[in-house]
Design a protein around this ligand. Structure first.
Ligand SMILES: Cc1cc2nc3c(=O)[nH]c(=O)nc-3n(C[C@H](O)[C@H](O)[C@H](O)COP(=O)(O)OP(=O)(O)OC[C@H]3O[C@@H](n4cnc5c(N)ncnc54)[C@H](O)[C@@H]3O)c2cc1C
Length: 379
């Protein structure tokens, strides 16, 4: 029988990754206290692995609510990181240095032009560049390629430093984060609250519970169907550059990118593998995104290898985030499935969940509600 702690929290957040921490932070900004329960290292599954790209336009093939959500979150970034840096003295190394999306071959040009046409209608600041112009924007592009789209307002952040700053802020605000607690089950108490059971034999009570457990979200037992989020593993690496010679994030097909960080490293990634919760780095995985660089930016392949790692992206069945209340369990909220864009989406997710908890609604989250997966008929 699980032991009750005796206390009752206003809000319990399960998972101390970027999503859970951002929600706790936004709640705290509105004077609401929460408690974060974390099984291990905060953000250890995905947040610490992320390249930190803040690039909405490359992440969808059409306009619509998902692109709007990402662009909204990008617009929140400057104030978000400034508030964190001011409060903690820790800089998340945010940079709006611009992003280039490259068409390597002449036959890739038509698709890039089609993308440019609908995207420029949304944002007139985008530029279609011939190779020479793109090269002048990013000197690493010494190889052969056809053309590129330049997104001047997009950029990147250093995800491990962002979560460090968030954790620092939460600690200053005395928002408790308990580590070593693996939540296993959420059960209505029958008195309008929720019971949060953990594998260590504990049980806590809260008025509201937010599940932000990343790629392990579906392990948690809840009333009705489990939340259908699955892990997508990503391998990634960093090289050391001799100075701040490289300037802009570059995307190249099929899934490659490089990200010159403010600390002089260049992050290069990433694979997408469906191999359960395994994380490992393999030469074949690294080759996938390193090989195209030999014709595009060969100089990067000569730089000293700094670090390789891998992480687990949390993916929902439609690859869109799941944000909002559980349709049949009052007080239970989901914030998951952020897949490739959880760092980008962290500020807007914090706002949306704080809106739900404070005001009982968030129009922004309508296309991303959990009820698309958690209807009674699905049981
Ligand atoms: C290689 C790679 C590159 C990426 N690049 C980018 C990028 O450039 N830009 C971008 O925006 N996004 C990127 N992402 C995606 C981004 O990292 C994720 O979408 C985001 O970190 C998800 O955040 P989260 O808080 O939901 O998950 P996590 O960071 O995984 O945090 C979830 C937390 O919940 C805890 N937890 C899990 N289960 C339980 C439980 N039962 N009880 C208690 N605690 C629990 C975990 O220990 C973890 O700390 C990348 C991801 C990978 C793997």
């Amino acid at each position: 029988m699980a032991g009750r702690t005796g206390s009752r929290d206003e809000v319990i957040i399960v998972g101390g990754g970027i999503v859970g921490c951002s929600i706790a932070w936004h709640l705290s900004c509105r004077g609401r206290r929460s408690r974060i329960l974390e099984r291990s290292e905060p953000g250890g599954l995905a947040t610490h692995a992320a390249a930190g790209i803040l690039g909405p336009m490359n992440e969808t093939d059409s306009p619509g609510p998902f692109l709007d959500l990402m662009r909204k979150s990008l617009s929140l970034y400057p104030a978000f990181v400034e508030a964190l840096a001011e409060e903690t003295g820790l800089s998340p190394d945010f940079s709006a240095s611009g992003i280039l999306a490259v068409a390597p071959r002449p036959e890739d040009r038509a698709a890039l032009l089609a993308r440019f046409a609908w995207q420029q209608a949304l944002d007139p600041s985008l530029v279609f560049c011939e190779a020479a112009e793109a090269r002048s924007l990013e000197p690493a592009l010494t190889g052969e390629f056809d053309s590129a789209i330049y997104y001047p307002d997009e950029g990147h952040v250093y995800a491990p430093r962002l979560i460090k700053a968030l954790l620092g802020s939460l600690s200053r605000r005395r928002i408790p984060l308990e580590q070593g607690i693996t939540v296993s089950r959420i059960v209505p108490s029958g008195q309008g609250t929720l019971l949060v059971h953990d594998r260590e034999g504990g049980c806590r009570e809260a008025e509201k519970v937010v599940l932000a457990a990343g790629a392990l979200l579906s392990d948690i037992e809840i009333p009705g169907t489990r939340i259908p989020v699955s892990p997508v593993s990503g391998q990634i690496l960093a090289v050391r550059s001799p100075g701040s010679f490289y300037r802009r994030v570059v995307f190249y097909p099929p899934h490659g990118y490089f990200v010159p960080k403010l600390d002089g490293t260049v992050v290069i990634g990433a694979t997408e593998e469906t191999i359960g919760t395994r994380t490992r780095v393999t030469p074949a995985g690294l080759m996938e995104f390193l090989a195209p660089l030999s014709s595009l930016a060969p100089g990067l392949l000569e730089l000293p290898l700094h670090h390789t790692w891998s992480g687990l992206r949390p993916k929902s069945p439609d690859a869109l985030p799941i944000l909002g209340p559980h349709p049949e369990c009052p007080g239970l909220f989901i914030a998951g499935g952020h897949y490739r864009n959880g760092i980008l989406l962290a500020p807007v997710t914090g706002e949306i969940l704080a809106d739900w908890i404070e005001e009982g609604a968030s129009p922004l989250s309508r296309p991303f509600l959990p009820d698309r997966f958690l209807k009674t008929g699905d049981r």
